[in-house]
Design a protein. Structure first.
Length: 226
């Protein structure tokens, strides 16, 4: 701030010279020393009140560009740089909007496997039961989708897949990894609990493409829905 700089340098240089260099009047500087707000300070305080009112009405999601537009719509002639400066000085920031991405599409005409597990997740070591679901992650590159396969008896993640698009291959890649890691213990009695989503209900995810991950093995796991 100009006045604070003048105050800090006043021991080394004359106040008159400092005020001339900083392009402020001595009277204004001395009023600042006494704690009397100037016209700019008063105007900024009024601006802060208007900004806080706009932020309250918009639930705090407006940044300085949108706040500037809102002020102009109210009839105020003001620049975005001044609004940004005042918001920065008073610690007014826009809240980050929650990012949501849908992963479920239960409205489809594809066949749905029976619910054999019936949400009974306590299984013994002798049982081979896998569960799977899809979630999404926001990154600097955009949305990434994650599909994971969990073995209930060991709580181990057997397979996973990350892709930028929500397709059947997101599920197939995770299943292929899980089947490959369990190929020696792969049983025909294996159950896989799948969410009622289109990605799990596609013809490819219904079983035929799972066989190739375990060459020579004729068994495939039995899918079931949750």
């Amino acid at each position: 701030m100009k006045y604070r700089f003048i105050q800090m340098q006043s021991k080394a240089y004359p106040v008159e010279v400092l005020c001339r260099v900083m392009r402020v009047t001595r009277s204004r500087y001395y009023l600042w020393r006494k704690g009397v707000p100037g016209k700019r300070e008063i105007a900024d305080l009024k601006l802060v009140a208007s900004i806080r009112e706009i932020q309250q009405q918009t639930h705090g999601v407006y940044g300085s560009p949108r706040v500037t537009l809102a002020l102009r719509n109210r009839g105020q002639t003001i620049g975005k740089n001044r609004v940004a400066r005042v918001m920065r000085l008073h610690g007014i920031q826009a809240k980050t909007a929650y990012k949501y991405k849908a992963t479920t599409d239960s409205q489809h005409g594809l066949p749905v496997a029976p619910n054999l597990l019936e949400r009974s997740f306590a299984v013994g070591q002798e049982q081979s039961v896998w569960v799977s679901d899809i979630t999404y992650i926001w990154t600097r590159e955009g949305w990434l989708y994650l599909c994971a396969i969990l073995e209930l008896s060991t709580r181990a993640i057997l397979g996973w897949s990350i892709q930028p698009r929500l397709t059947r291959y997101l599920v197939l890649n995770a299943l292929n990894m899980a089947c490959y890691r369990r190929k020696d213990q792969f049983l025909s009695t294996a159950l896989i609990e799948l969410k009622v989503k289109a990605q799990y209900r596609s013809r490819s995810a219904a079983c035929p493409e799972w066989k190739f991950v375990n060459p020579g093995h004729n068994h495939t796991p039995r899918p079931m829905a949750s």
